[in-house]
Ligand binder design. Sequence first.
Ligand SMILES: Cc1cc2nc3c(=O)[nH]c(=O)nc-3n(C[C@H](O)[C@H](O)[C@H](O)COP(=O)(O)OP(=O)(O)OC[C@H]3O[C@@H](n4cnc5c(N)ncnc54)[C@H](O)[C@@H]3O)c2cc1C
Length: 403
Amino acid sequence: MTKKVESVIEKQRETKVTLGCDVLVAGGGIAGISAALAAARSGAEVLLAEREYALGGLATLGLVAIYLPLCDGMGRQVTFGIGEELLRLSIKHGAEGRYPGAWLENGTAEARRQKRFEVQFNPHLFAIEAEMLLLREGVKILYGTLVCDVVKEGWKISHAIVESKSGRSAIRAKSVVDATGDADICKMAGEATCVFAQKNALANWYYYAESGSVKLEMLGVADTVGDGEDKSAQKPLIGRRFTGLDSIETSEMVCLGHEQMIKNVLRRREADRSHTPVAMPSIPQLRMTRRLSGACTLDGKETGKETRGHFDNSIGAIGNWREPGPVYELPFAALHGSRVKNLIVAGRCISADGYMWDMCRVIPGCAVTGEAAGTAAAMSDDYAGLDISDLQKELERKGHQIV
Ligand SMILES: Cc1cc2nc3c(=O)[nH]c(=O)nc-3n(C[C@H](O)[C@H](O)[C@H](O)COP(=O)(O)OP(=O)(O)OC[C@H]3O[C@@H](n4cnc5c(N)ncnc54)[C@H](O)[C@@H]3O)c2cc1C
């Protein structure tokens, strides 16, 4: 057994500043892709640091390849801009399932009411297409690069410290987008954060081949979130739950996921000998871990049954992916805190709580907040002071409809 040793050691070292940029995006999941793209299109020099060796995060490396809806389930599209662009890109070479023909081929209003604007995509092709898109738009991608610390001048981040095969170095940045999914940069910078008290149930989605076709096995339930009561129809794979914020715990979680996967494969093989796994997730499948506690929080008291009100500082909208009807505007103030001036957050770690965290954490919400964060990062290095109407105009100029 590995012993935990309680002591502290820090080797004194000089860190070379090797790179500089206008906007540093930490994390290359859907939120990071969207932020980098948006910032580059607004004219910023953008660096994207990703600890793995492909883009897409959970959506590609985590194999959770269902692009949840851009519509309200009543026939109205509510998410636009990069959110729609990435959905179309994800199926450039064909959809794997849930093809939204009614939306992509001028379907009738009735057909759009019947079928949601969502799709199942191939994660590998999507990761490569996203990479090619960012390179075309001039984003510099740094793979195998973990942002592990920040240096501040007053309440602004001046440098991010990164570790990679080349060792430890620093990147000078005017603005930083935290798209790590876990609010890692917020935590490092001393911005207010909070953790997901309910913790994550075990999941281990994987691809399998069976009788000549390849399919996605969605192993592990999506919890219901908000009132603390788990109303999911399926039982969790195991009783234990995970924060995703401790490396030893997360390693155990990954091993337990592999164990459940092999059990499932053997069980499925009893019914069909041809059942063979062909791809397993290469990053931990965590839904909610730590998030920003921002200048405004989309609150957890929301039941999700109703459309929320309008925000003057709205940066876009998402539908309810669990049920048709509700539409949620997303306020800009849920993307930044009250302390670190040039740090903005995108994706599954924005300031949303309870049921609204569950609504915002999926792919469309990550794309909307990513696009807004990247656009804002290219415009300012003090988000609390940013003129929201300028940001909204810039988003609209890029084809984004705010509501
Ligand atoms: C089991 C499961 C099923 C799901 N099913 C669906 C679904 O069907 N449809 C849907 O829309 N959503 C689904 N989701 C949710 C959704 O996929 C994710 O919440 C969303 O893709 C998150 O995007 P993100 O960019 O915010 O974060 P992530 O995808 O987590 O991306 C963060 C990226 O940052 C990198 N990173 C992290 N820390 C650092 C660091 N310090 N330095 C550098 N890089 C770093 C990571 O490697 C990763 O690439 C599911 C999630 C899970 C776990």
